[in-house]
Write a protein that binds this ligand. Structure first.
Ligand code: NAD
Ligand code: MG
Length: 385
């Protein structure tokens, strides 16, 4: 790498946060300036002991109350409350901010980092789903660079480097299809929380595991791609690829399709976002081509997985629709995890709430937050009737 990098990790206790620590462990010239965690405070303190950051933010006041932070290293300052996220995302000492908080709770940190002109290694796709137009405009004026951590978008980002932006005819996001890829309509109706949390190829947090199972994750990724790569929805496609080896592809106008392949391991896209434009000896294993294997590509079934269609609708429509879809989905997933909503009702509720909302084409942040609140209330009503 050209220079040592200091990073802030927002959401260090989660699946992406822990994989990021593994990348830092194995990559020379990288140090952790600050980190945040919400409720798994033992894990936050463990990470602080190992990486000796300048700041640790415990975002949940209630979880921090009564917790003994006595094991924090002497040189680490503890900050309690989510308002400190902006501080560690924008501190002058920080080179790269890893945005790895789940859901809309990640938005303030992403925005603070972008506003401060930081390089942002973005895992929190919900930020772009909710406020893609504001964030990309802000990045253009601050000079912030948003580098994808999502494996599909990292693949697209890598493939795009073999052509010019005006030479792209479409991008194809691959989807594992989730654990219920081959389930019938009636089998999908009885999916349990335990089944939904057991993903075949990726180890992830609960919310994204459920999103993968409904294929809402791919819907959110279509919207994420729309903003990250400034592409219309019509140039974005999804194909089911159960092996999760081809992480996505870009087709150029000459019909050459460039793909990125690697074993499914989030440490690779995380490392690429942290070291870009350099590549360094990989932390993730090589592709094993010494044994026969088959790569399948199957068109997605939007009848069985209606969530996917919502992603294309929202990517095409923009405005407040991303904030509404994201909030309806976050609330629906939380309700499913509490066994208050069935698996198939997640997408049905999201679609109905999207259809009912008062669309604003060019919303400001306040209007987006009002839509977020509205959609959460609508979901609560949807469950109660
Ligand atoms: P996770 O549930 O494992 O971790 C979430 C993190 O966010 C934790 O550190 C938690 O402390 C923090 N957090 C939760 N609620 C918070 C709140 N209200 N305020 C502040 N912090 C809060 O989730 P994950 O699987 O690591 O996913 C994180 C993000 O990365 C998500 O946006 C997800 O879509 C994205 N992503 C994850 C993967 C993956 O493989 N896990 C892949 C691609 C993208
Ligand atoms: Mg992904």
């Amino acid at each position: 790498m050209t220079q040592p990098k200091r990073i802030s990790i927002l959401g260090v206790t989660g699946s992406i946060g822990q994989s990021t620590l593994d990348v830092v462990r194995q990559t020379d010239g990288m140090s952790v300036f600050a980190m945040s965690g919400h409720s798994a405070l033992e894990s936050l303190v463990e990470a602080a002991k190992e990486f000796q950051p300048k700041f640790v933010v415990a975002t949940s006041q209630s979880a921090a109350d009564g917790f003994d932070f006595g094991d924090l290293p002497a040189g680490t300052e503890l900050l309690v409350g989510s308002h400190h996220i902006a501080q560690i995302a924008s501190a002058p000492e920080v080179d790269v901010v890893v945005a790895a908080i789940v859901g809309i709770a990640g938005l303030p940190g992403t925005m603070a980092a972008v506003e401060a002109g930081k390089t942002v290694a973005l895992a929190n796709k919900e930020s772009l789903v909710v406020a893609g137009s504001l964030i990309t405009a802000m990045a253009a004026s601050s000079g912030s660079r948003i580098l994808p951590v999502d494996s599909e978008h990292s693949a697209v980002f890598q493939a795009l480097q073999s052509g010019q932006p005006n030479e792209v005819s479409r991008i194809v996001l691959t989807a594992s299809g989730g654990p219920f890829r081959d389930f019938s309509d009636s089998e999908l109706k009885t999916v349990t929380v335990e089944q939904a949390l057991a993903h075949p190829t990726w180890q992830m947090g609960d919310k994204i595991s459920v999103d993968s199972a409904t294929m809402m994750n791919k819907a959110l990724e279509v919207i994420e791609a729309r903003w990250l790569f400034d592409l219309p929805a019509a140039k974005i496609e999804v194909v089911v690829h159960p092996q999760s080896i081809v992480h996505s592809m870009v087709e150029f106008v000459d019909h050459s399709t460039v793909a990125q392949l690697s074993p499914p391991d989030m440490r690779l896209p995380i490392q690429y976002a942290l070291t870009w434009p350099d590549r360094i000896a990989g932390v993730s294993p090589p592709l094993d081509l010494s044994r026969p294997q088959t790569l399948e590509f199957i068109p997605p079934d939007t009848d069985r997985f209606p969530a996917l269609k919502l992603g294309f609708d929202v990517a095409a429509r923009g405005g407040t629709s991303g904030a509404v879809l994201n909030a309806a989905n976050e609330s629906a997933v939380a309700a499913f995890l509490k066994r208050e909503l069935s698996f198939t009702d997640i997408a049905i509720a999201c679609q109905e709430i999207l259809e009912q909302h008062d669309f604003i084409a060019d919303p400001n942040l306040e209007q987006l937050m009002a839509c977020d609140q509205w959609a959460r209330q609508e979901l609560a009503k949807w469950i109660s009737v």
